[in-house]
Write a new protein. Structure first.
Ligand code: CTP
Length: 421
C-alpha cells in the first residue's frame, strides 16, 4: 500500500509549461488513495484550467485569495493546515522567490507562508533562470528552511535548450511525495533523473565517498564530518550519463543510491584495496574525506580510564588513495579527479594538491563550518586544472550537491573526450 493512502495533499500548481504534468500527478496521487486539494496561481490558469483540475481531483479548486465564498467554505489557513504535505508543481522561479522571501500576495504564496506543514517543490524553469545567482540564493534559503526538492533534472526544455531545469516526471514526484510522507529529509535523485545524452555509455567510473573510520579500540574511532552526499550525487550523475559505476563508500548515514554497485568500507586501507580491485576504470573520482592518519596499533580491548593516566595515541599516516591511483604507471584511469577540502586559500592549496597528487583536476570546496558545506545539501566548488604548464580555475555558483554532480560529470565528459581524442 502506498504511503499516500488516506493522506491529504495540497497541490499548488504554478504557471509554467510543465503545469500540464500536474494534472497527471493529481491522477497518480488519487490512484494511490490520497485526497488532493488544488490551488492554481493566476499564471497557472494560462496553462491548465480550474475545471480540468477539479474534474481530476474531485474537489473544489481554489484560485482566489479574496473569494468570499471560498473563505466561508474553507479559509486559506485551514486549507494549508489540513494538509499532510504541500506540493508545488511546477515550482517556477517566481514562486520559489516568493517562498524564499516570505511574500504573500496571492492565494498560493499566502498558503505557503501560512502553513506549518512540510513543503515539497518540483522546480521547472529555463536553465539560465535556474542557474541565475538570484535563483541559487533563493534555493539555498529554501533548503535551509527545510523545503524538500524533487528535481529538476537535466533534459531538453520546451525553450529548445538542454540542461538542468526540466521538471521531474509525475511518477518521480509521486515517489518523492511518498518519501516525504515517510519522513525523508532529502529526496534522492529520481532514478531516471538525469536523462543525459548517454555520454558515458561503455565507460567505467569509480567514485569514493564519505569519511573513513580509523579504529582506536573496539568502540572508538577517528572520523570526520563528511556525509557522503556529494560523492553519491556524482555516482548518480555518472550512472545517469550511462557509465558503469562502482561507488566505494565509507560509513555514511545514507541509503545506497539505487541501481549503483556500492561497496562498503570502514578504513582508508580498506578503501584503497576496494578501489584497486574495482580498476580498471576510465575515470576515478576521489570524493571521500579519507582520514589522513590512523592509530598505529588499535587496541584489541576498550581502553580504560585510570591506570597509567591519559593514553597517548601514536598515529601513522594512511596511504593516499588519490595519489596512489594517479601515480600508477600501468592501468591509470584516463581521468583521476581529486577533491580538496580547504578552510583557507582555497585555490592556492588546490593548485598545490593538483601538483602533489598528480591528478587531472581538483574540485576544491570550502569546508569552514560557517559555509555549512560539509554535511550539508549544497556545495560551492572551484575547479582547478592544468592546461599545458598553466593552471586555471573556475568557480561555480553554490548549488545542490545533485546539481554539482551533474555539472561535474558534464565537465568530465568533455575532458575525457579531449584526453582520449
Ligand atoms: N585523499 C585520499 N587518501 C588520503 C587522503 C586524501 O585519497 N589518505 C584524497 C581525498 O579523497 C581528496 C583529496 O585526496 O580527493 C584531498 O583530500 P584533502 O583531505 O583535502 O587533502 P589531504 O591530502 O588530506 O591534505 P591536507 O589535509 O593537508 O589538506
Amino acid at each position: 500500500m502506498s504511503t499516500l493512502s488516506g493522506r491529504r495533499i495540497l497541490l499548488v500548481i504554478g504557471g509554467g509549461i510543465a503545469a500540464f504534468k500536474a494534472l497527471d500527478l493529481i491522477r497518480r496521487m488519487r490512484e494511490r488513495g490520497a485526497s488532493v486539494h488544488v490551488v492554481l496561481t493566476e499564471a497557472a490558469q494560462h496553462f491548465v484550467t480550474p475545471l480540468s483540475a477539479a474534474a481530476l481531483s474531485g474537489t473544489k479548486v481554489f484560485t482566489d485569495l479574496f473569494s468570499l465564498t471560498d473563505e466561508a467554505e474553507m479559509g486559506h489557513i485551514e486549507l494549508s493546515r489540513a494538509a499532510d504535505l504541500i506540493v508545488v508543481v511546477p515550482a517556477t522561479a517566481d514562486l520559489l522567490a516568493k517562498m524564499a522571501h516570505g511574500l504573500a500576495d496571492d492565494l498560493a504564496s499566502t498558503l505557503l507562508l501560512a502553513t506549518d506543514k512540510r513543503i515539497l517543490v518540483a522546480p521547472a524553469m529555463n536553465l539560465r533562470m535556474w542557474l541565475h545567482p538570484a535563483t541559487q540564493r533563493n534555493l539555498a534559503a529554501l533548503r535551509a528552511d527545510g523545503t524538500l526538492f524533487c528535481g529538476p533534472v537535466d533534459g531538453d526544455m520546451a525553450c529548445g535548450e538542454y540542461g538542468p531545469g526540466r521538471m521531474s516526471e509525475p511518477l518521480e514526484i509521486v515517489a518523492a511525495i511518498e518519501a516525504a510522507l515517510a519522513g525523508a529529509t532529502v529526496i534522492p535523485l529520481p532514478h531516471s533523473a538525469p536523462k543525459g545524452p548517454g555520454a558515458l555509455v561503455g565507460k567505467k567510473v569509480v567514485v569514493t565517498c564519505g569519511p573513513t573510520h580509523e579504529p582506536i579500540d573496539p568502540v572508538r574511532y577517528i572520523a570526520n564530518r563528511s556525509s557522503g552526499r556529494q560523492g553519491q550525487a556524482i555516482a548518480q550523475a555518472a550512472a545517469a550519463a550511462g557509465a558503469e559505476v562502482v561507488l566505494i563508500s565509507g560509513p555514511v548515514n545514507l541509503p545506497d543510491p539505487p541501481h549503483i554497485e556500492t561497496l562498503h568500507v570502514e578504513t582508508a586501507q580498506e578503501m584503497l584495496q576496494a578501489v584497486e580491485s574495482a580498476l580498471p576504470a576510465d575515470i576515478f573520482i576521489a570524493a571521500a574525506a579519507v582520514a589522513d592518519w590512523r592509530v598505529a596499533t588499535a587496541s584489541e580491548h576498550k581502553i580504560k580510564k585510570g591506570g597509567d593516566g591519559v593514553p597517548t595515541l601514536a598515529l601513522v599516516e594512511n596511504p593516499d588513495i588519490l595519489a596512489t591511483i594517479a601515480g600508477r604507471t600501468e592501468g591509470r584511469p584516463s581521468l583521476v579527479i581529486g577533491f580538496a577540502a580547504e578552510t583557507e586559500n582555497v585555490v592556492e592549496n588546490a593548485e598545490k594538491k593538483l601538483a602533489r597528487k598528480g591528478c587531472d583536476l581538483v574540485v576544491a570546496n570550502d569546508v569552514r563550518p560557517e559555509s555549512g558545506i560539509m554535511g550539508g545539501d549544497s556545495n560551492a566548488v572551484t575547479l582547478v586544472g592544468r592546461a599545458g604548464h598553466e593552471t586555471w580555475h573556475e568557480t561555480w555558483p553554490r548549488a545542490s550537491k545533485g546539481e554539482v554532480g551533474h555539472r561535474l560529470i558534464a565537465h568530465l565528459v568533455a575532458l575525457l573526450k579531449e584526453k582520449t581524442a
